[in-house]
Design a binder for this molecule. Structure first.
Ligand SMILES: C[S@@+](CC[C@H](N)C(=O)[O-])C[C@H]1O[C@@H](n2cnc3c(N)ncnc32)[C@H](O)[C@@H]1O
Length: 222
């Protein structure tokens, strides 16, 4: 399924040529050396919260979907991404689950998704890439909420620039990625994340690991 998506600067970062090196550079090296949240911790986050009816936002290379344990042998998985290349890349990688794909921009109204509602929605390392929407990044959770079953969970993680420890190296690379336009997390803080989740869910949790905030949210508010 493809919604109307205007090509933008964000698309250039997620071409197949870059995705080929993404697991080595970002999933392994940057997670360990810069953000200090090893990929094993993120796989564990998926293992704890992923369901047999899952929507993954911004799947990238599909690393975590490939490595995590689903509670069913044949889960229903939908991938949603602004960019076509990650959809193709991740769908191929987890072809054993026969995922559906939706090309759509999280910063716009989302198209209706035939597989919705979902029991879990994963949004890993996406918030820090998003330019600040007019109503703040909580807009994203407002858009995801209607796609979630009342008993479901939204989970993910994001690199924040306030409220979590930084190092000289992490601050330098964060600033570089901001200048390149790959990161838009200048005002992303742990408090901002709490407020955004609190605005849309009756219960949520945030854990800090290095410069990364791992979160879960349940019981969507009307
Ligand atoms: C940093 S990658 C994260 C990939 C993967 N989830 C991970 O944790 O390794 C960000 C992903 O979000 C997607 N993305 C960026 N902006 C988006 C938007 N506005 N709407 C939907 N997806 C977006 C990118 O195409 C890419 O797949």
């Amino acid at each position: 399924m493809t919604a109307h998506v205007e090509p933008g600067a964000n698309q250039a970062f997620y071409r197949t040529s870059r995705l080929n090196g993404y697991d080595l550079v970002t999933v392994q090296a940057a997670n360990r050396l810069l953000w200090r949240c090893p990929p094993e911790r993120l796989v564990e986050h998926y293992n704890r919260h992923v369901s047999g009816r899952h929507l993954d936002i911004g799947p990238g290379t599909g690393h975590y979907l490939d490595r995590c344990r689903f509670p069913l042998s044949q889960p229903t998985i939908t991938l949603l991404d602004l960019n076509p290349d990650p959809l193709v890349f991740a769908a191929k990688r987890i072809a054993r689950y026969n995922p559906a794909t939706v090309q759509a921009d999280l910063l716009e109204d989302l198209p209706s998704i035939p597989q919705a509602p979902f029991d879990s929605i994963g949004i890993n390392y996406v918030l820090h890439c998003l330019p600040e929407p007019p109503a703040g990044k909580q807009e994203v959770f407002a858009r995801l909420k209607p796609l979630l079953n009342p008993g479901g969970v939204v989970f993910g993680s994001t690199v924040v620039t306030g409220g979590a420890p930084t190092t000289l190296l992490s601050s330098a690379f964060n600033a570089l990625y901001q200048r390149m336009g790959a990161f838009h997390n200048q005002t992303d803080t742990v408090d901002m994340l709490h407020d955004a989740l609190d605005a849309h869910f009756a219960s949520h949790a945030v854990e800090i690991r290095g410069s990364v905030a791992l979160f879960t949210a349940r019981r969507p508010l009307p």
